[in-house]
Design a protein around this ligand. Structure first.
Ligand SMILES: C[S@@+](CC[C@H](N)C(=O)[O-])C[C@H]1O[C@@H](n2cnc3c(N)ncnc32)[C@H](O)[C@@H]1O
Length: 219
């Protein structure tokens, strides 16, 4: 583990406005791969996870834009931002009037980035640092899930958990730029936006990202 994840975040990113939601500024990097190499050295761990927290991913951008245009979705409500990364969706929810926002991410550097980003945007976000996908649905009104379907193993756990969340009466909002493992058959599209990628890992700079609700369970 690095001596200070917060210091690492600040050293390897710069404050930038998020495309489409320019009132939100995050610590971002154009060089995710370079930051990844620095992270591997800093943590002495060649298997350190990719620093997803250095980018505003298409799914998160779409959710953030949707909340800006549809604040009633979260206004006065308790929100969980699952797989929060930079904290973008949690911050967007609070800026749209959410009563409280919790951000869940298993990456300790994401937790540090969320803390820095929340403070810079005048928000207070509670951070959950453990994997909650085997737990009961959280005690919130809305769960946001931005860009969680980029990897088969994660996708295979997120979708059934979100269905349990939905079945317990919690609203679920998904944001995604067309990732391979997105379960489109389980989703109802709500909105489409142009998302400008902030990571060199995407093969195209601009792609469409969609916001979805989970389809209601069959009776
Ligand atoms: C592509 S990023 C999306 C970040 C953010 N939602 C956005 O759209 O910009 C995926 C995030 O999922 C997190 N993640 C992966 N597995 C997780 C799990 N089991 N629980 C919570 N977060 C997880 C990663 O650490 C990473 O920050």
């Amino acid at each position: 583990m690095a001596r200070s994840p917060r210091a690492f975040v600040l050293r390897h990113t710069t404050p930038r406005a998020v495309p489409g939601v320019e009132h939100i500024r995050l610590q971002l990097s154009d060089d995710v791969l370079g930051t990844w190499r620095a992270l591997q050295l800093e943590t002495d761990d060649p298997d350190a996870p990719l620093p997803y927290w250095t980018a505003a991913w298409g799914g998160g951008q779409a959710v953030a834009r949707y909340l800006g245009g549809h604040p009633d979705t979260v206004s006065g409500r308790r929100v969980l931002d699952f797989a929060s990364g930079s904290g973008l969706c949690a911050i967007a929810a609070l800026r749209a009037g959410a009563a409280r926002a919790t951000a869940a991410d298993i990456d300790p550097f994401a937790a540090a980035a969320i803390e820095v980003n929340a403070r810079a945007n005048g928000c207070r976000v509670t951070i959950v640092r453990r994997d909650i996908l085997d737990e009961e649905p959280p005690d919130v009104d809305v769960v946001l899930a931005g860009d969680c379907w980029y990897e088969a193993r994660l996708a295979a756990r997120v979708t059934p958990w979100l269905k349990r969340v939905r079945d317990s009466g919690i609203d679920v909002l998904v944001g995604d730029p067309g990732r391979r493992y997105l379960p489109v058959e389980d989703l109802v599209e709500l909105a489409t936006y142009d998302a400008r990628t902030t990571s060199e890992l995407e093969d195209i700079e601009c792609r469409q990202a969609r916001v979805y609700a989970l389809r209601p369970a069959a009776p």
